[in-house]
Ligand binder design. Structure first.
Ligand code: PAF
Length: 282
């Protein structure tokens, strides 16, 4: 496994591999790898000749009051995990390498951002789209892997790849959960012990909503209120949003039908958690 910090070296390696006819599976991350990331790496390993992992905490996608400086980082541990997953290249650029000056051009995401995390994180998806545009140009991957936990991010990247004609196959991989249902996230380590126990209510509330749908509930408001009540009564978390939308279009719904996403975000004392279920309604 090679660790590369310079863009020109990374690009040269990719060109060399592509010259040999190799397929490239790319897993972009902000590091502090957890099982969710490892699932992406495993799938990339199965489907490609070469696997590239990038580790870069992208300042552009954090708002001024967000957790850029406290975002968990542990490069040595990440390297050991990457090695165990038989990653070929780890791209680990500095902020100066990726952004030697204030970007003179950035990607602006115009759709699917006025809902869910987009509403409370203005500019977040522009930052994600900008860094991915750079990373996609550096890696020119055959396939790029993302977790469905960030379902809005997956929908936005779908638009980025289609609109900018990146010849990349987007692979969205299922959410990996802890034993009590909490979706795995690098941020979970920032939960206080009591919050960690409470946080499983996010998953339980989504399960309860799914059961209600299975029993015939089609009213978005009733479902949203049910989830909000459950989270408020069983945790100290402050609800940022609970929404039901069409997926992947992310449009509001008057009635639950076809493919929908139920998504939520909850603020705990030092960390904001998100989760979702994507449900096909017959
Ligand atoms: O999902 C993430 O970790 C980040 O948003 C990504 C896709 C690596 C871009 O910085």
């Amino acid at each position: 496994m090679k660790v590369i910090t310079a863009i020109k070296d990374m690009h040269a390696e990719i060109l060399k591999q592509k010259g040999l006819g190799k397929t490239i599976g790319f897993v972009p991350t902000m590091g502090f790898l957890h099982e969710g990331h490892l699932t992406l790496l495993k799938q990339a390993r199965k489907e490609n000749d070469i696997v590239v992992l990038s580790i870069f905490v992208n300042p552009l996608q954090f708002g001024p009051n967000e957790d850029f400086s406290t975002y968990p980082r542990d490069f040595e541990r990440d390297l050991a995990l990457a090695e165990a997953e038989k990653v070929d290249y780890v791209f680990y650029p500095s902020v100066e390498e990726m952004y030697p000056h204030k970007p003179s051009v950035k990607a602006v995401v115009q759709e699917r951002t006025d809902v869910l995390c987009g509403e409370s994180r203005p500019g977040h998806f522009d930052g994600v789209a900008t860094v991915l545009t750079k990373l996609f140009n550096i890696m020119t991957p055959t396939r790029a892997y993302f977790g469905k936990k960030d379902a809005q991010q997956v929908a936005v990247i779908h638009g980025l790849i289609a609109d900018f004609n990146f010849p990349i196959e987007l692979i969205a991989v299922d959410i990996v959960r802890e034993a009590d249902g909490l979706a795995k996230s690098s941020r979970n380590v920032n939960l206080l012990p009591v919050e960690r126990q409470q946080a499983a209510v996010l998953y339980r509330s989504l399960q309860k909503a799914k059961t209600a749908i299975d029993l015939g509930e089609r009213n978005p408001e009733s479902l949203i209120n049910m989830i909000k009540e459950m989270i408020s009564s069983e945790s100290t978390g402050q609800i940022d949003y609970v929404e039901t939308l069409s997926y992947p279009q992310l449009k509001p719904l008057e009635k639950l039908e076809s493919t929908i996403i139920i998504a939520l975000a909850v603020n705990f004392s030092k960390v904001r958690l998100i989760d979702n279920f994507i449900i096909q309604i017959d």
